[in-house]
Design a protein around this ligand. Structure first.
Ligand code: AMP
Length: 465
């Protein structure tokens, strides 16, 4: 099958050819003719299948007739994150080089003024995240009554992020007669309900997940202690990783993304960060730096990294094992794409046992441990400092750094603990210690506030974004 057989316009075909694509992917081959015919499409497909072009190309062909009016965009694409919205905008720029279309982006973290003036000029394509779109619509700055085509992309991610009520509201603001192109990687009950309520007799197109088949990804577990020892374990794994080109590193909390990013920079790694607290410009700069190879490590939270199309990632590191087993599948799917081999290395602490069992249940098999790095190899002390392991092939990123790290682990000259303190004032409970005697916390003394019973919240997971 060729692109020419799909019924796309000449201008679109030329742009596709200039992109270097020779054959449509399965979702493109199935969805494009239906979308061109004006039918609603329910595409069950994930990133990496070519789904963005599956809706962008027919939209471009259809937009060649007619023109936009002020404040009344002609088509609307909803994306769960700003990065995905920006990625779709790039696709319109690429495939729409031969069209003179106005494409507007409505996302959080960018000034209202610039966005408003684009909408005022009349947008042929409006790409938006749900929150910012509703903000505009409710302020009367935007009318959705001229929408001819509505695209809802990554619907299951929208569900994860709590956007479904927003989507329902938006669906009610656009004309009943519009065409809807709906994409989701999975179909949980809430998404099925949404499609039943808002799609009209859709063509259902289901595509198997793309090249990131488990066979293309080598999965490895590495046991580690917590705290600074965990960061040392990660550094060691990065330095000794074989066939390393670049890596995405996942943390469970955005606060930890920032801490780990800083730590990696301090250790002279070329690293960027991506989390929801960064402003839009910083997020795009991080992403671009990673895509162009200016940095080879990108520390991310789950939400910030979702659905991003970053081809050619050699490694994924789970600095934290994800709490939700499905996130593990999404995360490791960032590597091993497009026929390439990838490696996913997960750091596992003693507290992660339960989550690991869940993950292995979801993927239907057990994951191998790195040699000598099982949990039982850690010893029994929870806070015992982790010794970075050297794997065969050794330190490919320079002996100088390994030397520097060894130096850091050695006590600095003059930093030995002072022998004894005088026993008076607020230190009166302190038991004198000898220079070579290990002291933990308050030493022998246990202050009474520590003996009071406390309520402990278990399993509290901070929202990733
Ligand atoms: P998507 O699933 O839309 O995120 O696309 C995944 C990747 O596939 C992107 O990098 C696209 O540029 C690329 N791509 C899309 N369509 C084709 C095609 N027909 N042939 C080759 N690559 C494609």
């Amino acid at each position: 099958m060729t692109f020419r057989e799909l019924g796309l316009s000449e201008k679109v075909l030329q742009a596709v050819e200039a992109s270097g694509y020779t054959h449509p992917t399965p979702i493109q081959a199935k969805a494009i003719p239906e979308a061109l015919a004006g039918r609603d499409v329910l595409g069950i497909a994930q990133t990496g299948t070519g789904k963005t072009a599956a809706f962008t190309l027919p939209m471009l062909s259809r937009l060649e007739k007619g023109r936009a009016r002020a404040r009344m965009p002609r088509t609307l694409i909803l994306e769960p994150t700003r990065e995905l919205a920006a990625q779709v905008e790039e696709s319109f720029a690429r495939y729409g080089v031969n069209h003179k279309l106005n494409v507007a982006l409505l996302i959080g973290g960018v000034s209202f003024g610039d966005q408003e003036s684009k909408i005022m000029r009349g947008a042929d394509v409006l790409i938006a995240t749900p929150g910012r779109l509703l903000d505009f619509a409710e302020r009367g700055k935007l009318l959705l009554t001229g929408i001819e085509i509505l695209v809802i992309d990554e619907a299951d991610r929208m569900l994860d992020m709590g956007f479904i009520p927003d989507i329902e509201r938006i669906c009610k603001l656009v004309p009943f007669t519009r065409q809807t192109l709906f994409f989701s990687a999975t179909m949980p009950q809430e998404i099925v309900k949404l499609t039943q309520a808002f799609l009209h007799n859709p063509v259902r197109i289901e595509i198997a997940p793309p090249a990131s088949s488990p066979a293309a990804i080598t999965q490895i577990l590495v046991a580690t202690d917590v705290g600074p020892a965990k960061r040392a374990t990660l550094r060691n794994q990065i330095r000794t990783a074989s066939n390393f080109k670049n890596a995405i590193i996942f943390c469970n909390r955005k606060r930890d993304v920032a801490i780990l990013h800083k730590s990696l920079l301090r250790h002279e790694f070329r690293a960027g960060a991506l989390h929801g607290d960064m402003d839009q410009r910083a997020r795009m700069a991080s992403l671009d730096a990673f895509k162009t190879g200016d940095v080879d490590l990108l520390v991310c939270s789950d939400v910030a990294a979702r659905g991003l199309d970053i081809p050619d990632v050699s490694h994924v590191f789970n600095f934290d094992l994800p709490v939700h087993a499905e996130d593990y599948v999404h995360r490791i799917g960032r590597t091993g794409r497009a026929g390439k081999q990838g490696t996913a290395i997960s750091l596992v602490t003693r507290a992660d046992r339960k989550h690991l069992a869940e993950i292995e249940k979801v993927i239907g098999r057990s994951i191998d441990w790195a040699e000598g790095a099982r949990l039982q190899d850690l010893g029994s002390e929870e806070h015992e400092p982790q010794k970075p392991r050297q794997r065969a092939g050794s330190d490919r990123r320079g002996d100088a750094r390994a030397h520097k790290e060894r130096k850091e682990r050695e006590p600095k000259r003059g930093s030995e603990r002072k022998p004894e303190r005088r026993d008076h004032g607020k230190d009166r409970h302190r038991v004198p210690v000898q220079a070579d005697e290990p002291v933990t916390g308050f030493g022998e003394h246990m202050p009474s506030f520590l003996l009071r019973p406390v309520k402990v919240k278990t399993n509290v997971v901070e929202e990733a974004e």
